[in-house]
Design a protein around this ligand. Structure first.
Ligand code: ACO
Length: 435
């Protein structure tokens, strides 16, 4: 019997089958049970995909126990320390860090693709003034295929690349437009002389007078640095719920804009990307340090649906490496004096309290990246409803990279899980008078 297999024995029939153990570059061995149904006439049950690898991927690696996150092999700490978000987006998409001229060409193309078609701009007028920016983002991104249908031959790698670049390029423009619409302000055109983060901040906050960026082209470098860092940390996270949603939608052959819109919708939930918004709302509800014990008790009470938002992670069970990096930036930004915020003191007190509590220690519940990212966004004056939109801007780089990777595969099976049916047994229909 080969040692690189795992045997599954059906104890009723006595039939035993050996399944191959697959080994990736890094990470756990993975048993290939694709033929389980054929061999043993049963399915595997794994709600929430706790132990199921849904695909092969070369993009991101996570070791949840060790708190390791690698993009294309590079540790997140090194990328966060040294890179611009555009370099990271290039790395995720193409697999290698760009040299200077490759990066220049990439940045120029992203800039060129940041402009919205006029009719798409008008599309926003259909939204109610107080629509949530995430609702607008889902709708507008989903509609892109109606506006840009000339390069939608998914068999053509160049068409696919253009779609990916267009999504990365347009996401900040659509995001800022969603915000501007929600506050009744005119849209600001993208500026190709600014970098990705500066341009986004300018589209968000520019006024005819005074401009967000003053005549001497001054933009708070700390704000740009913090935003750049947050985008890098959120750019990819292997098969998270939204990326898996993108892949599932893509497996049907849906167009990339529809797939990314599906990913945005999945991101919105408070158990995923909606957590950063929910953290800030939670901190506002807690209000003062003396109320922390009350909320900790609520989070521990199994009868109460309340959870301490920004704590816990499906994969990281010791620490979230992104949280470690962003925590320091939070400190720097808020200690600079310009952005002092009592909510941050409250957040630190909550973190300290929870980390000493037996319930959180036992379950390995540590602050995740979104415990801090919302605080950073708040310091940048980004409104709370935009926090998940910020996550979506960053994650677009990851989503499109996964989509491109998947589209390169020769055979893409449609994502179609099975189920454990627990409804009524087969029964006879009763006419309405007999019921
Ligand atoms: N507060 C209180 N208890 C919690 C929390 C929390 N935030 N998170 C998990 N637990 C408890 C659960 O009640 C469970 O307890 P039990 O074993 O006594 O039943 C145990 O810890 C394990 O929790 P699961 O739900 O099984 O953990 P899972 O890995 O499925 O969930 C998740 C991970 C969804 C992130 C969860 O921890 C959570 O809801 N956190 C709050 C929301 C959040 O911050 N989401 C952002 C994730 S990061 C991101 O998307 C970038």
């Amino acid at each position: 019997m080969s040692k690189d297999t795992l045997s599954i024995r059906h104890n009723r029939t006595g039939r035993e089958v050996e399944y191959p153990l697959l080994k990736g570059t890094l990470g756990k061995e993975t048993v290939d049970i694709r033929s389980l149904y054929k061999d043993l006439d049963c399915f595997s049950y794994d709600p929430g995909f706790m132990v199921t690898a849904s695909c092969r991927s070369n993009i991101t690696f996570i070791d949840g126990e060790a708190g390791v996150l690698l993009y294309r092999g590079y540790p997140i700490e090194q990328l966060a320390e040294n890179c611009d978000f555009m370099e990271v987006a290039y790395l995720l998409m193409y697999g290698e860090l760009p040299n200077r001229s490759e990066l220049d060409i990439f940045v120029q193309e992203i800039g060129k693709r940041s402009i919205l078609d006029e009719s798409l701009r008008v599309f926003f007028e259909g939204f109610h003034y107080d629509a949530h920016p995430m609702a607008m983002l889902v709708g507008v991104v989903g509609s892109l295929s109606a506006f840009y249908h000339s390069e939608l031959n998914m068999k053509d790698p160049e068409h696919r690349r253009i779609c990916a670049m267009r999504l990365i390029g347009k996401m900040p423009t659509i995001a800022a437009a969603s915000y501007r619409h929600s506050v009744g302000k005119p849209f600001v055109f993208p500026r190709l002389d600014l970098n990705y983060c500066e341009n986004f901040l300018n589209m968000m906050f520019s006024r005819s007078s005074p401009n967000y960026i003053d005549p001497n082209h001054y933009i708070d470098p700390e704000a740009v640095k913090a935003l750049n860092l947050s985008l890098i940390l959120h750019a990819d996270h292997e098969q998270g719920a939204s990326t898996s949603t993108v892949r599932l939608a893509a497996s049907t052959g849906a167009n990339p804009y529809a797939c990314i819109a599906a990913g945005i919708a999945a991101l919105w939930g408070p158990a995923h990307g909606g957590a950063n918004e929910a953290v800030l709302n939670m901190l506002a509800t807690i209000g003062t340090v003396d109320r922390i014990p009350e909320f900790i008790a609520k989070a521990k009470d199994k009868k109460d649906p309340f959870r301490l938002l920004g704590f816990g992670h499906r994969v990281y069970k010791n620490h979230d490496p992104r949280a470690r990096i962003i925590r320091q930036t939070c400190h720097d930004l808020l200690n600079s004096g310009k952005n002092a915020d009592p909510l941050f003191d409250l957040a630190l007190a909550l973190e300290e309290y929870a980390l000493q509590d037996e319930y959180f220690i036992e379950r390995k519940l540590y602050p995740n990246v979104d415990f801090y990212s919302g605080i950073i966004y708040k310091a940048l004056n980004i409104p709370v409803e935009m926090f998940t939109v910020m996550f979506a801007i960053a994650r677009t780089a990851g989503w499109v990279s996964h989509w491109l990777e998947m589209m390169d595969e020769p055979n893409i099976p449609i994502g179609r899980p099975r189920q454990l049916y627990s409804g009524p047994d087969k029964r006879e229909f009763l006419s309405i008078d007999e019921r």
